[in-house]
Design a protein around this ligand. Sequence first.
Ligand code: PEP
Ligand code: MG
Length: 570
Amino acid sequence: MYKGTGASAGIGIGTAVVVEESELVIERREISDIEAEIQRFRSAVDRTIADTERMAQDLASRAGEKEAEIMQGHMLLLADPMLTGEIENAVRNEMVNSETAIENVCNMYAEMFASMGDELMQQRAADMRDIKTRMQRSLMGIQSADIASLPAGSILVARDLTPSMTAGINPANVAGIVTELGGRTSHSAILARALEIPAVVAVTGLLAGVRDGDAIVLDGSSGDVYVNPDEETRKAFAGRRTQLADEKKELERYIGMPSVTRDGIRVEIAANIGRPEDVDKVLQYDGEGIGLFRTEFLFMDREEMPTEDEQLAAYRRVAEAMDGRPVIIRTLDIGGDKEIPYMGLEKDENPFLGYRAIRFCLDRKEDVYKPQLRAILRASAYGNIRIMIPLVTCIEEYRQARALVEEIKGELDSRGIPYKRDIQVGIMVETAAASLIADIFAREVDFFSIGTNDLTQYTMAVDRGNKKVSYLYSAFNPAVLRSIRHIISCAREAGIMVGMCGEAASDPLMVPLLLAFGLNEFSMSASAILRTRRLVTGYSVKELQAVADEAMSFSTAAEIEQYMRKFAGM
Ligand code: PEP
Ligand code: MG
């Protein structure tokens, strides 16, 4: 068995097609007719751009707009006058053929990106190498491996897949992808997930062990890959594949069904998103709202802050797509583990206890916070938008944020710009402080959303990303559960909506407890919605009271989890 990194969930069973892009041999040739060579180069660029555009359009229809952006990024690179100008200069000054000029200039950029170290720059380096080879192939008249017309049941095996190769895949014929290089967040992995093709990446020693025509089975979740598996393994994988397909079908029955318990308690099952394009999946899985739009993703992976209008367009797109269903937009939560280089943040000694989220925003009202609040308010004219403030610890923070919202409303009024006048402003309850005074908050705020990812971290004093202390990081700790129960009861007493957008909201062992405590809204990744709806519709809140009482009587997280496991039959 080979072990790699699971990059796209699902079971792949099929026949290996080893894609070996032969290394291009670039010969340096002296040229005499410079202008003719420049023309030759320009036509190759045009052809490559046209090809890329075709791929982008194709991808947009098969996988989605967001995935097509990767190819659109290649088009921008190809059309960048700085890059093409530099290549043309190399042709002119060194009097060499275009292939050589492209090789030198593109390699220089790729190495520069790669040396910057971070993941985004590594990706840029891969993109640069991809377009380099494609321009050279176009010049040399060499066809790329024809991935589009592979026989059905093919498992693509490669050292690495370039984004353009992945984009050319026909999901009807490709049953899986295995690569020796790559990571979960590489563009090819993202595309594989969008095309719903099971994929495993970073499989050491893969190419030495696989030949064209070998039988292959792979598990895109665990990262297990078997080459020429024995009958028993093959059967086990086939069984699991059927099981996954059946489960998917079964869950589809819950599309359009209300999320109501057996005793008639209705809850809302909503989705967490990070980018406007994510609403496509939310609609596909019938999300009843957006319980958390993590807006910091709009600010990441770029060189400067998104403008107010850019933000407006993003928020509006989500509000319109959700068509009247609630959309909770969380204001910027950076600092902590999320850094944004252009914001000029100094390194905090204790980032999770430092200059993060609302603390940062209230300190950067003019250049960061007000433009964001203005964009959200303007977008609220197009749907059912609510505002949510992260990492609040004391009521003054909420009051200041709320005062800013009121100030901007006045400003919009005087400019005659429409917005939702009764827009709700709520908070994430995700610190121990906010939980302890949840009753005080409940008197002033419009709603709560419990962020168990941080609430667990701040209650247990355990860094959510530190493996050495991760044994303490569980929302089943009695301390965290009591906190959750307390927050929900304060909200219910005050008559405000209380949701949860931390990971615990979709934990099947946690859902019965949350129902018993009286949670109104459960927000999670879109793919967990239907599974959670099935769960909710099977329970009676009345019957769950005794279960919750019993669970809360135990002394440790392990006991509670074990009890819930037994109760849920898992
Ligand atoms: C949380 O803390 O539970 C939460 C949903 O926010 P984030 O994971 O973005 O900190
Ligand atoms: Mg949080």
